[in-house]
Design a protein around this ligand. Structure first.
Ligand SMILES: O=C(O)c1ccccc1N[C@@H]1O[C@H](COP(=O)(O)O)[C@@H](O)[C@H]1O
Length: 211
């Protein structure tokens, strides 16, 4: 059984479905290139629909201070997810600037990618282990690609962590079994097309992760 984050929500009814199914984190994407991107006013409206006890995570890709300031001035967020090439120093700076816990995403393709997680574990509040995006990918995440989960078997870091990358209701139980992930994060695996979440897929994913 793992906790669940549903990322890239853009509709109040999908937030309600995620909450009702038992998700513990919901993600709002502030990256204009993403098909899941929301504006700050849209996110502020959506945030009102998130029940107490569920963390509102703002996803950013290499944000500058002004984007963070402007967004946080309008949207009540509980955590920041950094999904770009932010250095450990930048992670620390974002924590200091926003006063919020930071989740740092790291792309993994082979064993050489794992030591980086130890470095980020010194500064981030939570680690997010995702598939490494292919060179030609437009997005650094949210591509529905998974990686060899056996790379993570028996691994432990200084911080809590979540697993992401190509997870679906069909494969999430196996991913949890192989990695021991305490939290799983999904975006495209609960969509019918890029950016279009589906309530039944959300419910099926949370049920499968909680089984
Ligand atoms: O979801 C997006 O559009 C996105 C854009 C830019 C960076 C990250 C993004 N999503 C994150 O990517 C992973 C994996 O998503 P998927 O389930 O494979 O589609 C997840 O952490 C999302 O939060």
């Amino acid at each position: 059984m793992a906790q669940v984050k549903i990322c890239g929500l853009r509709q109040a009814d999908h937030i309600a479905a995620a909450a009702d199914a038992g998700a513990r984190y919901v993600g709002l994407v502030f990256f204009p290139k993403s098909p899941r991107a929301v504006s700050a006013p849209e996110a502020a409206a959506l945030a009102q629909h998130v029940p107490m006890g569920i963390a509102r995570v703002g996803l950013f890709v290499d944000p500058d201070d002004s984007l963070l300031d402007r967004t946080l001035g309008q949207v009540p967020l509980d955590m920041i997810q950094l999904h770009g090439s932010e250095s450990p120093d930048r992670v620390a700076a974002v924590k200091a600037l926003t006063g919020l816990p930071v989740i740092k995403a790291v792309g993994v393709a082979d064993p050489d990618d794992l030591p980086v997680l130890t470095n980020y574990g010194l500064v981030a509040d939570m680690l997010l282990v995702d598939a490494k995006p292919p060179r030609e990918a437009e997005l650094p995440g949210g591509n529905g690609l998974s990686f060899d989960w056996r790379l993570l078997a028996g691994r432990r870091w200084l911080r809590p962590w979540m697993l992401a990358g190509g997870l679906t209701a069909q494969n999430v139980a196996e991913a949890i079994r192989l990695t021991g992930a305490p939290v799983v994060d999904v975006s495209s695996g609960v969509e019918t097309e890029p950016g279009q979440k589906d309530e039944n897929l959300i419910r099926a994913f949370v049920a499968a992760a909680n089984r």
